[in-house]
Every structure is written in C-alpha cells, then in structure tokens.
Design a protein around this ligand. Structure first.
Ligand code: ATP
Ligand code: MG
Length: 760
C-alpha cells in the first residue's frame, strides 16, 4: 500500500519528516492520529528498526488500534506502541531496582489506593479527618503528577488540611514501599526519577527510543512531559500532535503549556498545521467552532471542511429525564429503521456516568442493543478483584493489601480482632502480614481457631505459589479450586453466585488469550496488563450495539451519529466548575470534544425536570446551549412547557434564526399523558412569560408555593413581605440559590400551590 497516497500535502509533509522535533498542531478530525500511524510505518519503510520507535497514546484501545494499523501497513513490525503507564510499567520491570522496587512489584489501582489511604488514617489514629479519604487520595495523586514529594508538600502546606495530606502522603508512601507496590502515578514518577538520577540509563533509553511519537500531547502532565523530554535529548526526533482546544484532563494534572511551549523547549522545531477536517459535516463543525470561540484563553484556529453541509444539528428539550431517554431511544430506532444507520454507528455521550442508568432502562425497553463504557469496571467487580488479589499475593508475597483482601475469602472464620492482632504483631516486628501469619502461634492474643486458620492459609498460599510459573489460566483455575472459592460462589443463594462465576469465566478467558498471545509470560505481566486496562479497552465498535459513554472517554473516537444528553447547568458545565473561569473553559472544551466526534448527525438534548438524590428538580439549561449558532440547528421543545428561556422558544423557532426542520417521521411531539407537565405559562393565560405580574395575580404568591422563573428555573417561595405593588418574595431556587424579587415586577409564575408538589 502506498503510505502517502491518501494524504493531503501538509499531512504528507508531517509523515515524511524524519529527523528533528516536530509539532503537529491541528484541530479535531484533521488527521493527527492518521499522521502518527502513517509516520511510524514511513519510518519503518526508511529502514529504521522497529525497536527504535516508541509511540505513546492515551488509551490502550488507541494503542491497540494503532498497532493493528501499523501491522496492516508494515506486517511483522513490532513497534512499542502503548500508553504512558504501560510503557513505564514495562521499563520498571527492567529498571525498577534503581528506585528500590522488587522485580515482582504490584500495581495498585484506584480502589487499592483509597483503601491504603483509609488504612493510613486508621493507623495514624485519625478518626474524623477534616477532608474525605477520597479528597486526600486525589490530593496525593495531584502532588505526584506535579512531581512534589511529601516533604515539599509539607513545606508548602498552608493549613491543617494541607498538613494532614502531607502527613498521610508520607505514610502512604511508606506503606507502598513496604508492600513493594506502586500506584498508577508512581509508574510515571519512578521512571522520571530513574531518568533524572541515572544518566547512563537515560542515555541508553534515549538511544534506543530514537524516534518518539506522542498523540494527544495536549493532555500530558508534568511527569509525562519529563519522560518524553528525557528520551529526546541526544536524539530529539520527537513528534507530538495535539489540539489545545481538546485539552480535557486539567483536573488530572494535564498541563496545556506542554504543547503551547513545545517550540521553546526544542530547537529547530518543525511545525505542521492541519486545517482541514475530514470527519464532520459543515453544520456540525460550524456549531463546534462557534462554541469554542467563547473560550477566551485560546489561539484562534479555523475549522474548515470540504464535507457536505449535512443535516442541521438537532436540539431537543424534553420534560423529565425518562422522557429524554425514551426520546433518544425513539430517535435511534427511527434512524436504524430508515436503513440509514446501524446501532453501532450511534453513540450517546454524557458528562457523568450516573446518568447512563436512565438510558440503559430506555434502551432495554426499546430493545436497543447497547454497550456501556465506564461505570464499575470489570476488574473492579468483587469476585474479579478477589481472584486478582490472590494472583497479586502469589506474585508478590509482600503485598499486604492483597493479603488483607483474600485471607478470609472464602470465609475461614477469622474475625476482626484476630486480624488486628496479626497486624499489630506484624507492624511491631517489621514483617509482612504473610510472614507473621506463618508464625501465628507466636502472635499475642490469638485464639487457637485463628492460629489454625492463619496457618491453613499460609499452607494454601505455598501450594498456590508453587504453581507460579504455570500458565496464568492454570493458576487461576487451581486457585479457585484449592481455595474453595469456586465452591463458595456455587453455594451462594439465588443467581448471584452464578453471575459471579460467569464473570470469573470471563477473567479465565482473558487469561487464556493472554497466555496465547504472550508465550512464557508471567503472572506479573498479566496483572500489569489488566490493572492498566481502562474500561474503554473492552469496547468494540463492531458489536452492533449503541455505545453509551462519558465525554472524557470519547476522546479521539468518531461516530456517524452522536447524541449528547443532559445539557443542563450543573451537569455540563459541571457545578464544580461554576466559580472557576478556567474550569468553565475546560467544560466547554469537553462539549467541543463531544460535538467533534460526530461525523454526520448530531443530536443535543436536555430535560426540564431531573431527579437528583431522590427529588424531582427543575433544571436550568446549560449556558453552552445559548452559545450555539442557530442557523445550523433545529430546535424542538417536547416538554410541554412554554418559557421564554433566553429565546430558546419553540413558538419563535422559525423566526429566530433556526434552520427549518427536516421532515422526519417522529413520534407524537406532545408528551405522553404520563409525562411530567409543569403548569405552563400558556395554561396560565399567556404564550410565554410576561415581563411583569399583574397586581391582581399577586395573591397566588404564598410561602411554600412553587414558582418558575425563565432564567433561574424552578424554586419555592420562602417568604413574602409587604403588600400591593411593593410586595416582595424571597425564592429559593433549586439550582441558583435564594433570590428576592419585587413580585409585581418579576417574570415569575406560580406553578404549584403552597404545600403541593409542582406537578399536576
Ligand atoms: N487526507 C485524508 N483523506 C480522507 N480522510 C482523512 C484524511 N485524513 C484523515 N481522514 C479521516 O478523518 C478522520 C479523522 O482523522 P483522525 O482521527 O486522524 O483525526 P484527529 O486529528 O486525530 O482527530 P481528533 O482530534 O479527534 O483526535 C478519520 O476518519 C480519518 O480516517
Ligand atoms: Mg486523534
């Protein structure tokens, strides 16, 4: 195949650039990933050894796809393609001893980290920490990504909370060291410190990975930056691609300046700009372009496409969240029924995973096949975690966390007290829990039954550890038998045990596939593979199912049809970002990423009423909706509520600049009788909100009554004060807090009586 035939001139220029640093700065869908893949193949064609090339991507999924494409372009080439974390895990297997790691180190995932933080708090005797363990955990993670040590954190601490984080951080590090474990961030941090402190190692890796390529460079953090930098000193043949408008991992420490300052970091940088988008229709791109221009902190960049104009972007407002989910399901069905698309052409994106549940329900009842990316990942399921913990302990006997997880699984009659005795003896003696368990007889306070249980467990452990060098599949099968875990699940009442066994079957299949692909591979490699797996890795676009995923997970992907749902203030933008302009810009970029995934059709939606913590609440629309250009869109309100909400009014849709709606077979646009209905302004006598309320209507404003405001949404009257035209009301809005109005001059409408619910 001609590697260059279907590339544009600037793309070709980037692919054919061999030596020296290069920055491919380009918009969404302009072929950045295509350039990276082709460039790897091109380098190989130039006679550069596969060994000398390192390609780093953001997910294993992306890495896998790239590997496949490289394999198709240049069969047989085994290039290092992977994520930063995967790359670092592999490096540490060879060089880990330089940072004091055992060969058989364990990688802690998110839940292991949190558990460790909790244990540390416990051990430090902190019962009621002023910040949650989750927040401490993420502060530690942030510190690591910024390459800050516990000491420097303590030094910088400004209040008690900071000091607590620093203290927990230090103890957390001790614990990981004792267990010969690393967390995800350590994978990067350890490699950074090896590259920094061992000049010979750095130089040899720099020479080995002579050609480094990084996709999605805009989302690299400090540690990742340092790694790439250190590998490109003697051989600065570094090619990075990125789009600052798609930087969406700031909350995880990604540093936009890595890409913005690339030209300052390296000499003689070749900069290639790709300005054409090959993915989306003109309408979709115009909407994306308008939106992103609201970000002030950006360099202007045009998005151009030769693609057709396509269908207008659709914006629909629904009543309740279930109406939205059903509406989306209905749309998907008509798109598929038309014969225009398959289910697998369609993706539904939302800001947070919690929102997927409603859509799952709607898809199930509409019999739409779907797959969910995110939520509880497969490897976090209890039974999978149990078996994996056994494997971790077999691989690394110092892994106290794994010991804790499995010593009483299945139940061996060990109580909390016995376990506490074991822990304090182990701490006192400076031993691992497994070592101390072997000497259970000498542990003060243990009853005979507990001693027996610990000794039985260590015997089981030795039997299992003896199998260490067998295939991973065999080890798993044996451990399930010998530990009695399989029987334990079989004995579980109901279907639960069977479901769990089915999950374990899936784990066994994964192990079998791993054994087949990696002859002679160790348990450790399998463990590192599955621990670093992200939910998206298990996703398969070819399964004939609709994909349901978060906006973050959608990065880099593309779909013919995209739905972005729940475009409401507090969801997207996330309420966390409200007070922070730079976070608001990141939220806008997140929507931009979502929009630019769509190739042919884009549907945006929101609902007016959403249940939140069990309560029905009125929503306010996402401010981003007001930033979208109407001439490329069609709008429909299916909620049955008429408001003058910032001009998104259905009655004026044709005259307010919207494109005209295409004729489309659609379900009855009026809400079903079961659908939630607010008392509409129309029912109250007007086609839309009046700007003032007639004095004669003021009686309706009583404390406790529900009111609707065109901008603030639904609220409840807290108190009223005064009389006649000066009468004031204090309203508590569900989403905007308390506000006071001179009632006669306000555009408020009473939608529910005092003491009643705002429903009818
Ligand atoms: N020269 C080209 N001719 C035709 N199609 C192209 C060309 N370049 C890229 N494409 C197609 O355009 C789409 C987008 O390309 P690609 O995914 O590489 O863009 P990207 O810049 O990496 O996008 P993102 O910013 O979303 O990661 C893909 O379907 C790709 O196959
Ligand atoms: Mg890409």
């Amino acid at each position: 195949m001609d590697l260059l035939a279907d590339l544009t001139t600037p793309q070709r220029e980037a692919v054919m650039h061999v030596d020296g640093p290069m920055l491919v700065l380009a918009g969404a869908g302009s072929g950045k990933t295509r350039v990276i893949t082709r460039r790897v193949a091109y380098l190989l064609k130039q006679g550069i050894a596969a060994d000398n090339i390192l390609a780093l991507t953001f997910t294993n999924k992306a890495a896998g796809e790239m590997r496949e494409r490289i394999e198709a372009l240049t069969p047989g080439a085994r290039v290092w393609v992977g994520t930063f974390h995967g790359f670092c895990a592999r490096l540490l297997r060879t060089h880990g001893s330089l940072v004091g790691l055992d060969k058989a180190f364990t990688i802690y995932d998110q839940s292991d980290r949190l558990k460790t933080v909790r244990e540390v708090l416990d051990a430090l005797g902190i019962e009621d920490p002023p910040i949650t363990p989750e927040k401490i955990e993420s502060a530690i993670s942030k510190a690591k990504n910024d390459l800050a040590s516990p000491k420097s954190l303590a030094f910088r601490a400004r209040d008690d909370k900071d000091r607590l984080v620093a203290k927990v951080y230090a103890a957390y590090e001790e614990r990981l060291k004792g267990a010969s474990a690393v967390d995800f961030d350590d994978l990067l941090v350890h490699v950074v410190s090896i590259l920094k402190n061992h000049k010979d190692v750095r130089a040899s890796l720099d020479a080995r990975f002579r050609y480094v390529l990084v996709d999605e460079y805009q989302d690299t953090n400090m540690a990742q930056y340092a790694i790439v930098r250190a590998l490109s000193v003697d051989h600065p043949n570094l090619c990075v691609t990125g789009d600052p408008d798609q930087s969406i991992y700031g909350w995880r420490g990604a540093n936009l300046s890595n890409i913005l300052e690339f030209e300052k970091d390296y000499n003689f940088v070749k900069v290639v700009k790709l300005e054409h988008n090959y993915r989306s229709t003109k309408n979709i791109l115009s909407v994306a372009d308008h939106l992103i221009q609201f970000n002030t902190n950006r360099k202007p960049k045009a998005l151009i496409t030769e693609n057709s104009r396509g269908e207008p972007v659709d914006l629909t407002v629904y009543g309740r969240e279930s109406d939205e989910a059903e509406g989306v399901a209905g749309r998907i069905q008509s798109l598929v029924r038309d014969g225009s698309y398959n289910y697998s052409d369609v993706a539904v994106f939302c800001r947070i995973t919690a929102l997927t549940r409603t859509f799952e329900q709607a898809f199930r009842s509409a019999r739409i096949p779907y797959q969910i990316i995110g939520g509880v990942s497969f490897y976090e399921r209890q039974e999978v975690k149990d078996v994996v913990s056994y494997l971790n302990l077999i691989n690394n006997p110092k892994d106290d966390l794994a010991f804790t997880r499995v010593v009483n699984v299945p139940p061996r009659g060990l109580g909390k007290t016995s376990f506490e005795h074991l822990i304090s003896a182990a701490r006192e003696r400076g031993e691992t829990l497994l070592e101390t368990a072997r000497k259970a007889k000498s542990v003060p306070g243990l009853k005979d039954k507990a001693i027996r249980a610990f000794l039985d467990f260590t015997q089981l452990y030795d039997e299992l550890a003896a199998l260490r060098d067998d295939s991973v599949e065999k080890v798993i099968l044996q451990l399930m038998e010998k530990s009695g875990y399989r029987q334990h699940l079989k004995d579980e009442p109901g279907d639960k045990g069977e479901d769990r066994l089915a999950n374990l079957e899936e784990l066994i299949t994964a192990a079998r596939e791993f054994d087949a692909e990696h002859a002679g591979a160790t348990i450790q490699e399998f463990l590192s593979d599955i621990t670093l797996a992200s939910p998206i890795d298990r996703w398969d676009q070819q399964t004939g199912a609709v994909t349901l995923m978060t906006l973050h997970a959608a990065k880099g992907l593309e779909f013919p049809v995209v739905f972005i749902v729940a475009l409401e203030a507090g969801i997207l933008p996330h309420s966390r970002a409200f007070d922070n302009p730079s976070e608001m810009e990141e939220e806008r970029r997140l929507l931009f990423v979502g929009i630019t995934r769509a190739k042919r059709e884009l549907f945006l939606s929101r609902c007016r009423i959403r249940s939140f913590r069990g309560q029905q609440q009125a929503t306010a629309q996402s401010q981003f909706l007001t930033e979208l250009p109407r001439e490329f869109m069609v709008y429909e309100d299916r909620s049955g509520v008429v408001t003058s909400e910032r001009g998104w009014s259905p009655s004026s849709s044709s005259s307010s600049g919207y494109a005209s709606r295409r004729p489309e077979p659609r379900p009855n646009p009026t809400p079903s009788p079961a659908a939630f209905r607010l008392t509409t302004a129309a029912q109250l006598g007007g086609g839309s909100f009046p700007t003032t309320t007639p004095t004669s209507d003021l009686d309706a404003f009583r404390p406790g009554a529900s009111v609707l405001h065109p901008e603030y949404g639904l609220g409840r009257i807290v108190s009223v004060d005064g009389a006649g035209p000066n009468r004031k009301g204090k309203i508590a809005f569900t989403l905007s807090g308390e506000k006071t109005f001179v009632l006669a001059k306000s555009p408020l409408k009473v939608v529910g009586k005092a003491g009643g619910r705002p429903t009818r």
